[in-house]
Unconditional design. Structure first.
Length: 319
């Protein structure tokens, strides 16, 4: 049985490689420069989905709206920052931007109007955001604020349709008073309604398959353990699969917010951390009971103790 247990993870590795290949359908030939992206050579109906990557205008410690950019001196206040990235990797006057704070991002779109309606995939951001096209609020996640007390954390991506015209500007207000990294850390994607719908459904399907598969196998091997209680590696493999299933539900497309829209962002963040601090000791114990004669019992106790301590810290302290 132990010889067979060494290969339990092989199907998951193959599935991961297969699923990554299925989602390779984005075109990254377009990059924004100086806060503007030229998409006039892109045909949204015929070409693939693109990511709005590159240089965005960045205004730290400010929540700005489209009317604010009509002021003559607004250009003097801007700096350029790469998206996707965390803002604390960037510098102002040779000093790193602090991770905690708030800011406004802006990009201007140059479009050849071959699509009336566009699909936009808006990722989760650290730690809350409001997404505007010109003056129109298109999406929001949590409540960005200039202080921790008023900020409501939520790591929820969104998918929406909107009419875009040449010269439109995307303005994103972001705040982070919780994590050690702040800003737009994932790509914003745009494409035709048809392609964006297909990509979203494919992504949700693969995530659901992944979650369901891990959960099923976890419960299956839990049943094995109940029958063969001397083979403890079945128990830890089962628990590890269930934890991976929970982690995927939280972080991949943030499906937990799709299923439970009012779910707390702070609780989701705590659960994300806990899946690491509990998952690693459980994975070690799975290996320990397979290779018991090769692994030191002291190392086992260290993993168990560290997992318990970190779990208590995350559960009882304010993130």
């Amino acid at each position: 049985m132990k010889k067979f247990a060494k290969y339990l993870f092989l199907p998951f590795i193959l599935f991961f490689i297969f699923s990554c290949d299925l989602l390779k359908d984005k075109n990254n030939y377009y990059y924004s420069k100086n806060g503007e992206i030229d998409l006039t050579s892109w045909n949204c109906e015929k070409d693939e989905i693109i990511s709005l990557n590159g240089e965005w205008e960045f205004y730290p410690n400010s929540f700005l709206y489209s009317n604010d950019f009509l002021e003559k001196d607004f250009n003097n206040k801007k700096i350029l920052i790469n998206v996707p990235s965390v803002w604390n990797e960037s510098k102002i006057n040779n000093k790193n931007i602090r991770p905690f704070g708030f800011a406004t991002y802006r990009i201007v779109l140059k479009l050849k109007e071959n699509c009336l309606i566009y699909g936009i995939k808006i990722p989760d951001m650290s730690s809350s955001y409001k997404f505007f096209v010109n003056n129109k609020l298109v999406s929001s996640s949590g409540n960005p604020a200039d202080n921790k007390k008023d900020e409501r954390v939520k790591f929820s991506p969104d998918f929406t349709f909107i009419q875009l015209n040449d010269g439109d500007q995307i303005i994103i207000q972001v705040s982070n008073h919780v994590l050690l990294n702040g800003g737009i850390w994932k790509s914003i994607e745009i494409g035709s309604v048809k392609k964006m719908k297909e990509n979203r459904l494919k992504s949700i399907f693969l995530d659901s398959l992944f979650i369901g598969g891990f959960l099923f196998i976890g419960l299956y091997y839990l049943l094995f353990f109940l029958i063969r209680k001397n083979d403890k590696f079945y128990l830890y493999f089962s628990l590890f699969c269930i934890i991976v299933s929970l982690r995927t539900l939280i972080i991949s497309n943030s499906l937990i917010f799709l299923v439970f829209p009012s779910f707390s962002g702070i609780i989701a963040l705590k659960l994300e951390y806990l899946t690491i601090f509990i998952g690693f000791p459980i994975y070690f114990l799975y290996n320990y009971y397979i290779y018991k004669k090769y692994l030191n019992n002291i190392v086992k106790k260290i993993f168990q103790f560290s997992g318990i301590v970190l779990t208590i810290i995350v559960a009882l302290t304010d993130i």
